[in-house]
Design a protein around this ligand. Structure first.
Ligand SMILES: *[C@@H]1O[C@H](CO)[C@@H](O)[C@H](O)[C@H]1NC(C)=O
Ligand SMILES: *[C@@H]1O[C@H](CO)[C@@H](O)[C@H](O)[C@H]1NC(C)=O
Ligand SMILES: *[C@@H]1O[C@H](CO)[C@@H](O)[C@H](O)[C@H]1NC(C)=O
Length: 401
């Protein structure tokens, strides 16, 4: 009897082994994203780190709309769109559907913030970018799956809200990654083929998380631990996509290491202050302006890593854009792709450009800023349709991502 069981078990085992080795084979045949030079349309789904204020219900020209970013300046996708090192089509065909405060999971949301998580952004995508036609009133940008990249970057708000709900680990223990799978599958069914998933930034190093520490709660290390679990689950989830989505190219961008290297070497990148933010800016919302950090006598904004308690300044966004351009222009055939931002400091010319901008500021005493002719230099460089102004934002939103 025991013998019979053993012999009937072994074909089952052999079959299982075969299935498992086929599965692992499938994992290794995943192909890299096409080089950025072959991409002519970019869609971004995410939260405040990726928000631009673009609203497709107002038309498809993001530059004609008022920006609404969280870095007191251009957001990373705006820097990419306007870069000379990417296909020029991206200038008009970079669409961020990201909204501040959006978590991945529809089960969590801030009061008065977007609901339905990533699903809400995919809904918008389906509403405004599917069934494209070049003709007539309903003309939409025509995109093809092979030349379009989707960047999907979430997570910070899931943890912030879970923390407020008293269960920080919820995003890595509930069905959050099933929700991601559903929405990515939906995008795939609508024609999407190329997907990039950045990991979490090192958000535990933001002033807002550091400020949550109490004698009983070491906030940065508690958050770091759950963030690392999220990143591991993200990699697992993404590694499995090719099993169910044939022809999909999926990669994970190691934003975690990128932010770590930026923060560890903040001074080398020109940030004199990476521990806190300049409050003169934190309650203000930037509008199109070329040199946004010369308005305030208290501080030069681009010398700060943080623009408020939770968000990096536009100067960080510019480095982020440059790094993504470098990474995506030179495909790496691994699930997790990365770029060490220290490489941006070579060639020298970039560093010296930034350093000379900073030393210019250093030569001016803070009070002297007040006597500078207001906007004189930059007005000439700002196209007319952009209004140059700062307006107050709801202080409650500062601190949310
Ligand atoms: C694009 O880059 C150019 C050159 O750096 C700059 O003058 C212009 O203001 C930028 N435009 C946008 C829309 O960011
Ligand atoms: C696109 O058009 C097809 C055919 O008319 C229709 O079945 C489908 O629902 C449309 N999809 C969207 C997202 O509008
Ligand atoms: C950073 O900026 C804050 C606010 O402006 C200031 O109080 C602090 O001393 C600065 N830290 C450093 C290291 O410059």
């Amino acid at each position: 009897m025991a013998h019979t069981q053993a012999s009937s078990a072994s074909p089952t085992l052999a079959f299982l082994t075969l299935v498992l080795s086929l599965l692992s084979l499938a994992r290794t045949v995943r192909s890299a994203l096409p080089p950025l030079g072959d991409i002519n349309t970019l869609f971004v789904l995410g939260d405040s780190y990726s928000a631009t204020g673009f609203n497709p219900s107002k038309g498809y020209d993001q530059w004609a709309q008022s920006p609404d970013t969280f870095g007191s300046g251009r957001s990373w996708s705006m820097f990419i769109a306007n870069s000379t090192r990417v296909p020029s089509a991206l200038y008009d065909r970079t669409f961020s559907l990201a909204e501040g405060g959006t978590p991945l999971s529809p089960d969590r949301s801030w009061p008065n913030f977007p609901k339905d998580g990533v699903k809400a952004e995919v809904d918008r995508f389906a509403e405004y970018f599917v069934n494209a036609s070049t003709e007539g009133k309903g003309a939409r940008p025509v995109w093809t799956g092979d030349r379009t990249l989707f960047v999907i970057w979430f997570g910070v708000n899931d943890f912030e809200i879970a923390g407020k709900m008293g269960n920080l680990a919820l995003p890595v223990t509930d069905g959050t990654f099933d929700r991601l799978r559903e929405q990515v599958t939906r995008l795939y069914d609508l024609g999407a083929r190329n997907f990039l998933f950045p990991t979490l930034s090192q958000f535990h190093r933001t002033p807002t998380i550091r400020a949550q520490s109490t004698p009983d709660f070491d906030a940065p290390s508690e958050y770091e631990a759950v963030y690392l679990r999220w990143n591991a689950k993200l990699k697992e989830t993404v590694a499995d996509f090719p099993l169910t989505l044939p022809d999909a190219n999926v990669q994970v961008w190691d934003a975690w290491s990128w932010f770590g290297q930026m923060l560890d070497n903040a001074e080398a990148f020109g940030f004199k202050n990476s521990s806190t933010w300049c409050s003169a800016y934190s309650h203000l919302k930037w509008n199109y302006a070329d040199v946004p950090d010369q308005d305030k006598p208290e501080c030069g904004l681009s010398e700060y890593f943080w623009t408020d308690a939770a968000h990096p300044t536009y100067a960080v966004h510019e480095y982020l854009a440059d790094s993504l351009i470098e990474t995506l222009s030179n495909p790496q055939d691994t699930l997790v792709i990365e770029f060490n931002p220290m490489r941006l400091l070579n060639p020298e010319k970039r560093l010296s450009r930034r350093m000379s901008a900073l030393s210019l500021r250093d030569g001016t005493s803070p009070s002297h800023h007040q006597h500078l002719p207001r906007h004189s230099r930059r007005m000439r460089r700002v196209p007319k349709r952009w209004d140059v102004s700062w307006t107050a934002v709801d202080p409650d939103t500062v601190g949310e991502a």
